[in-house]
Design a protein around this ligand. Structure first.
Ligand SMILES: Cc1ncc(COP(=O)(O)O)c(C=O)c1O
Length: 408
């Protein structure tokens, strides 16, 4: 069956600041090191329902793309939240509560399980955490707040769908909707928290507040560590296509592969919506460069105009290339994944979760891009399916069937 994928405009550029042969350095270790990952794994693996998500081989699609191997890390079932995000936001809530309890009790040895089992409910119930979100991060923070027993207020902007708003509220969080962009919602969360004495759990930073975004990144790295352990015969991938919003997820995956494989790490290619290509612009300019104008995208989780400075420490030297996509490429890739090529299982992926795969298909279908990225029959490619049907109505509209039918 010929690959039915539309030919859509995209941009691809190698990162002029990339240092492919460099060792994992101090700058990077300050964001993620072995101790940070070990602590994240200890905490997260103790949460009810923890299990590594599957790494699925897609030989049918790999053959059609003319590459050797395609691994798909499927995050559609993570903790029942349908995305990888609880690894970050909820973990950062737990760490924040550990710090707060330490402060209030004068103890510096608060164990993660003391937060999980409600040993300090009196303190924790008086804490409010807050975050800005395009959907998944807020759901994760709200879920964590409910699991640990603190109050939660989540800021969303006008583009966030009702379904996503309801999914956050379902975890008991108060949701506040405001006009403006995701970046405006981030500013609102910070301003209110400062006024009210709340704790902000951002997944991004302009360099000022870094504790929570670092916890978020270290939590995401658990997904990368699982993936490395699941690789058949521990064979290293040659390429990883990673969707980027503020860059936290891509930084965590890039860093963990860098730590594990050193100079033999896979080529890291960042994938963004064309209208929210802040990583593409920042890498090209060799400095953080915001994207102005309308950044809204079908790939809502990636509709960010400003990169995270913490992710910059990893990706400025660590990313090999960046590419931009039209929204329609993500839609087409969702349908293609839901079909299952050859004997591949049909898989469910949401709008932002599909972007890495959409980037791979786009690049592999273009002669020049294939050449530029060395995508050939020896390529062993990893993509992260970072979300399932987080917006069920949207999924059905795009794929033409409910996600349950595809998953079955
Ligand atoms: C499903 C999904 N994948 C990827 C990302 C990108 O993560 P980051 O903003 O850390 O780059 C997001 C962000 O919300 C997301 O929701």
């Amino acid at each position: 069956m010929p690959l039915d994928f539309p030919s859509l405009p995209f941009r691809l550029a190698l990162n002029p600041g990339a240092t492919p042969r460099a060792a994992y350095g101090k700058r990077q270790a300050a964001v993620l090191d072995g101790a940070g990952l070990a602590e994240a794994r200890r905490c997260i693996s103790a949460w009810p329902g923890y299990a590594p998500t599957p790494l699925i081989d897609l030989p049918g699609l790999a053959a059609e793309l003319g590459i050797g191997v395609l691994h798909y890390k499927q995050e559609a079932e993570r903790f029942g939240l349908r995305s990888f995000k609880p690894l970050g936001g909820a973990y950062a809530v737990q760490r924040c509560l550990m710090r707060e309890v330490a402060l209030r009790t004068g103890r510096d040895d608060i164990a993660p399980r003391e937060i999980l089992n409600g040993a300090h409910a009196g303190i924790v119930s008086g804490v409010t955490v807050t975050a800005a979100t395009d959907g998944n991060h807020g759901r994760s923070v709200a879920w964590g707040a409910r699991m640990f027993g603190c109050r939660c207020v989540i800021y969303i902007n006008e583009a966030v769908s009702r379904a996503r708003e309801q999914a956050i509220a379902a975890y008991g969080a108060e949701v506040r909707r405001h006009a403006g962009s995701f970046d405006d919602a981030v500013r609102q969360a910070f301003e209110t928290a400062r006024r009210e004495g709340w704790h902000v759990i951002p997944d991004t930073t302009d360099g000022e507040v870094i504790e929570a975004p670092r916890d978020v990144t270290q939590g995401y790295a658990v997904m990368a560590a699982e993936t490395i352990e699941q690789l058949p015969g521990a064979a290293r991938p040659t390429h990883v296509f990673l969707q980027a919003g503020v860059g936290g997820m891509a930084a965590a995956v890039c860093a963990e592969f860098w730590r594990a494989f050193g100079a033999d790490r896979p080529m890291t290619i960042l994938v963004e919506p064309e209208q929210a290509a802040c990583w593409f612009a920042s890498l090209a300019n060799r400095r953080p460069t915001p994207v102005t104008g309308e950044v809204d995208s079908f790939m809502g989780g990636l509709a960010c105009g400003e990169i995270s400075r913490l992710a910059w420490e990893i990706l400025e030297p660590g990313a090999h290339a960046a590419m931009t996509l039209a929204d329609a490429a993500a839609e087409a890739a969702m349908r293609l994944l839901a079909e299952g090529r050859g004997d591949d299982p049909p898989l469910v992926a949401g709008e932002s979760g599909i972007a890495g795969l959409a980037g791979l298909i786009t690049a592999a279908s273009d002669g020049e891009a294939r050449h530029c990225l060395d995508l050939d029959s020896s390529a062993r490619v990893l993509v992260i399916g970072s979300e399932g049907a987080t917006d069920e109505a949207m999924y059905r509209r795009v794929v033409g069937r409910p996600w349950q039918e595809v998953a079955a």
